[in-house]
Each structure stands twice: as structure tokens, then as C-alpha cells.
Design a protein around this ligand. Structure first.
Ligand code: HEM
Length: 499
């Protein structure tokens, strides 16, 4: 027994020495990259041990502030992690063919085989095939549905008139229905209890992803599922999967019914280049290009990547407009010049006319980017101005830091000023200084959809209601579980507007 223990200890020592030498050689190449204080073996990971979810992310972001400039280098156990926040470095990484892969942490989002998480060999053909669900024609088709659901959202806010209600939850639930009706073309009536439980499930799953990211020993499902957190996730996760199954089955049944009436709906919409996301997936499944499991993962990613981000965009814009009344008045002035009534639909033409609202949303996405940082994995060495990022490193791009950098945005970087997005001002900034939807080939597939949907939703809400708050910008509190969530409790007061 003693011999066995000694042998294990010797092997462990050899492994640790080997690891430390390996790290030393790699770090030598990164001499110009700043480094926070690190411990042997665990590196910077030691700073995350025992932290709560909220503290984890704060610690991570603090490291960027601590080293003052980027690129920064740190070890999370055996994993070399590089942090960048300068536009030139970000441009190099996001445009590189060798930075198209994602690190393992994206697999934790429960959609391992979706376009969000897969490596470039699989991602490229899948992304190309799925892009058409967001083409101009489809975006136009989604406009009346978004209007319809925006009006329902306005109605659901009515009980909060004159007080502070949970508007974020209301917006989130409406966005869930929105994704269902537009991207999946679902006519399935999901009960409000189910929608509410979907909200809780999604929040829990996202929260747990963050919990696992910096506890790298939980990256394997079989280990995670043994923990209390992992076990407690099972029921809400099953509910989420069940809802997606129901939508899928409902759609397949609908198509079968049409087929029995002699209508081949999928062929018809494919010929018209007018397939929504689910129809596109079903065609790819029929053609044997993607598997049945893959369709489910692709549907799941639309929910995971589309709902939280869109809800935060709308909610953060309302909050910033409540803090900056002058800009709320200017948006409403623009809306009055375009619309005769508070209830009429926002059309494709109106979308082009709402220039000020467009700039307001962009400015909200700058100050409060729903995804404050993203990550990539390098498949080759990447040359930056200050040195080389080695192959197989994890690269974190700190979008929030980029968006608030005073050297790019001026001394008043934290002030809300939509005119930063006037074309003449955009032209003065370096490319890749504004990337709320990421950039390069692997940017957000829902970028145009997200902007259109935010504009329609906000144009409907702001014609009906006026928003005020006691908060100042510096009072805004946020939690990040991949997507940023504003945590001040019900800060928005909502009143009727005479339009
Ligand atoms: C409206 C606000 C939105 C913001 C700010 C946003 C932001 C982003 C960002 C930053 C990424 C890059 C993620 C990464 O590389 O790690 C991304 C990717 C993605 N987004 Fe969005 N997104 C939004 C809306 C949407 C919507 C509405 C959908 C779909 C319904 C969507 C679906 C996706 C998907 C599938 C990806 C992965 C794309 C790929 O890797 O090919 N997003 N988004």
C-alpha cells in the first residue's frame, strides 16, 4: 500500500514539474502580455475557488482592471487564457481563420452540436445552411408577428401602471413567445405557467454554466451530474427539452396534415427561399445533412442565444431612457413624426425611418452589452502586435471594457450619447471598437433579427408608456451568467403616455 502511495506521489510530482516547465516555456514567449498574480499549478484559478457565481465573474473582470492593459495572460490550471480588449487585437482574432473554434465552455450551454458551439469544420456548412432563416424575406415575414406580440407585451405591462413591476420578466416571457412564433413558426399555445417555468429553467441553466466555467473539473457532465447543483438542474432542464420536443412534434404533425391534403409545405417555402429556422432545420434533416439530435440542439441554441440577449437589449434601453429623459423625449418626438396613432403596426418602411431609436439602441448595446465577453480557441499561433497567442489557448474578448474605453469613446465614455452612432462619428473610430454582436465570420446569426425586433418592440412600448427611475447610471447593478442581467429590483416606474 505504502509503495503504491509513494508511486502515485512520484508520478504526481513528475507531472507537476513537467507542467510547470511547460508553462514557463510558453509564458516566456508571452513576456509582453501582462499577467496577474498567479499560484503554481492552479495559476489564476486559485482566485476563483470558493467564490459565489456573482463573485466569480467580478473576480474575472477585476483581473482585467488589475493588469491595466491587454493582452493579458493567465493560467486556469493547465489552460492558458489570453484576455484582449483593444480593437486591433480583437480585429486580428475575430477575422482569423484560426480563431473560429470555441472553447469547451460553450458546450456547457446544452447545445453541444449547435452552431454556437461546434468546431469550424462542422460549423461552416451548418451556418451557411441556416443563414437563410434570417434573410431579408424572412425578416420581413417576421415583422407582423413581432408587432402582434409587442402589442400583447404592452397589454401585459398594463397592471404595472403607476408603479414598479417586474418588467424584465414580462419582456423575457414575451421574447420567448416571439422566438417560438417567428423562428419556429409555432402555433402551439404554451400556457403562461409553462412560459414562467421556462424562464426559471433558462435562468438556472445559464447560471450553472457560469458556475462550471471556472470550476474546470466540472466540465465533464458525468462529474457535474454527481454534484448537488448538477442534480438539481435535471428537472428544469427536462422541462426545457420537453417544450422544444412539443414544438417540434407539433410542427411535424402540421406538415403531415398538409401533406395528406396534397400540400408539400416544406418544398413550397424552400422554392420561395422563405423557410423559417425550424423549417430550414427540417429540410436539412430530411436531406440527411443534419441529424435529428442536431435539429434539437439548433432549436435549443435559438432559445439560449436569442431570448436572454433580446430581453436584456429592450430592458437596458428602457432603463437608460428612463435615466436619460431628454433622449426618451427625443425618441418619442421621432415616433410622433412617423406614426399617427399609438397602436398602428410598425412596417418595414417605418423601420428605416426610426433613425434616432436605432442610435439609442446601439448606444444601449454599447454601455450594456448583453454578452459582455466572448471566447475563442486558437487552432494555430496568432500574431498580435505585442506577441504571439500560442495554438490551443483560450482567448477572452472583453466587450464591455472595449465599449467603455475612454481612449476610444472619450472622457465621457460612460455618458449616454446616441449621436456617437451618427455615420460621421462612427467613421472616426477604429473598426472593431463596437462589437455587441461579435464580429467577423462567426458573428451573431440573429444580429439583424435582434435589431429589428428591439426596434418594433420599443416603438410599440414607448408610444404607450413613459418610463422613469430613481437610479443613476452608476447605480446600475448587473450579474453575468454568459448573458448580462440587470439586478436592481424593479427600478422602472411605468406611466401612461398621451401619444
Ligand atoms: C439582440 C441582441 C443580441 C446580442 C447582443 C447578441 C450577441 C451575440 C454575440 C456577442 C455572439 C457571439 C458569441 C460568441 O462568439 O461567443 C452571438 C452569437 C450568436 N447569436 Fe446572438 N445576439 C443577440 C440576439 C440574437 C438572436 C435574436 C438570436 C437568434 C434568435 C441569436 C443567435 C445567436 C447564435 C445562434 C449565435 C452563434 C453564432 C455562430 O457561432 O455561428 N442572437 N450573439
Amino acid at each position: 500500500m505504502i509503495h503504491a502511495i509513494i508511486l502515485v506521489l512520484i508520478i504526481l510530482c513528475i507531472f507537476i514539474i513537467y507542467e510547470e516547465i511547460r508553462k514557463w516555456f510558453i509564458s516566456k514567449k508571452l513576456r509582453n502580455f501582462k499577467s496577474p498574480k498567479q499560484a503554481p499549478i492552479l495559476g489564476a484559478a486559485i482566485r476563483f475557488i470558493g467564490k459565489t457565481n456573482d463573485e466569480l465573474i467580478e473576480t474575472f473582470l477585476n483581473i482585467f482592471d488589475e493588469v491595466e492593459s491587454t493582452p493579458l495572460q493567465m493560467w486556469l490550471g493547465p489552460m492558458l487564457t489570453i484576455g484582449i480588449s483593444q480593437p486591433e487585437d480583437i480585429e486580428t482574432v475575430l477575422k482569423s481563420e484560426d480563431c473560429l473554434n470555441k472553447p469547451y465552455l460553450y458546450e456547457l450551454l446544452k447545445c453541444k452540436t449547435s452552431i454556437l458551439a461546434t468546431d469550424k469544420e462542422i460549423w461552416k456548412p451548418h451556418r451557411r445552411a441556416l443563414n437563410s432563416a434570417f434573410n431579408v424575406k424572412m425578416l420581413q415575414n417576421y415583422v407582423p408577428i413581432i408587432n402582434d406580440l409587442s402589442r400583447q407585451m404592452v397589454k401585459k405591462m398594463e397592471p404595472f401602471l403607476g408603479e414598479r413591476g417586474d418588467l424584465y420578466r414580462t419582456i423575457f416571457i414575451a421574447q420567448t413567445e416571439l422566438v417560438g412564433r417567428t423562428l419556429f413558426g409555432s402555433k402551439l399555445q404554451i400556457t403562461s405557467e409553462r412560459l414562467s417555468s421556462l424562464f426559471n429553467s433558462l435562468k438556472l441553466v445559464m447560471n450553472n454554466v457560469q458556475y462550471r466555467i471556472l470550476r474546470f473539473w466540472l466540465r465533464w457532465d458525468f462529474v457535474f451530474n454527481l454534484t448537488k447543483v448538477g442534480r438539481e438542474e435535471q428537472i428544469p432542464l427536462r422541462k426545457l427539452i420537453e417544450t422544444i420536443d412539443q414544438i417540434y412534434e407539433h410542427k411535424v404533425k402540421e406538415l403531415d396534415t398538409l401533406k395528406s391534403q396534397g400540400i408539400d409545405h416544406l418544398t413550397k417555402v424552400a422554392e420561395q427561399n422563405a423557410t423559417n429556422f425550424l423549417e430550414r432545420c427540417l429540410i436539412l434533416e430530411q436531406d440527411g445533412i443534419i441529424s435529428h439530435e442536431n435539429v434539437h440542439d439548433q432549436m435549443r441554441v435559438m432559445i439560449v442565444a436569442g431570448i436572454d440577449t433580446s430581453s436584456t437589449t429592450v430592458y437596458a434601453t428602457l432603463l437608460l431612457l428612463a435615466i436619460n429623459q431628454k433622449h426618451q423625449d427625443l425618441v418619442v418626438k421621432e415616433l410622433r413624426s412617423i406614426f399617427d396613432t399609438a397602436d398602428c403596426d410598425v412596417t418595414q418602411d417605418h423601420l428605416g425611418s426610426m433613425q434616432y431609436l436605432d442610435r439609442v439602441i446601439k448606444e444601449a448595446l454599447r454601455l450594456i452589452p448583453p454578452i459582455p465577453f466572448i471566447a475563442r480557441k486558437t487552432s494555430a499561433d496568432i500574431q498580435l502586435a505585442k506577441g504571439i497567442i500560442p495554438q490551443d489557448s483560450m482567448v477572452f474578448i472583453h466587450i464591455m471594457k472595449l465599449h467603455r474605453n475612454p481612449t476610444i469613446w472619450g472622457k465621457n465614455a460612460l455618458e449616454f450619447d446616441p449621436d456617437r452612432f451618427l455615420p460621421e462619428n462612427v467613421a472616426k473610430r477604429p473598426p472593431f471598437s463596437y462589437i455587441p454582436f461579435s464580429g467577423g465570420a462567426r458573428n451573431c446569426i440573429g444580429m439583424k433579427y435582434g435589431m429589428i425586433s428591439a426596434k418594433i418592440v420599443l416603438a410599440n412600448i414607448l408610444r404607450r408608456y413613459k418610463f422613469t427611475t430613481d437610479l443613476k447610471f452608476e447605480d446600475i447593478r448587473a450579474r453575468v451568467h454568459i448573458v448580462l442581467e440587470l439586478t436592481n429590483e424593479n427600478p422602472l416606474r411605468i406611466d401612461k403616455r398621451n401619444f
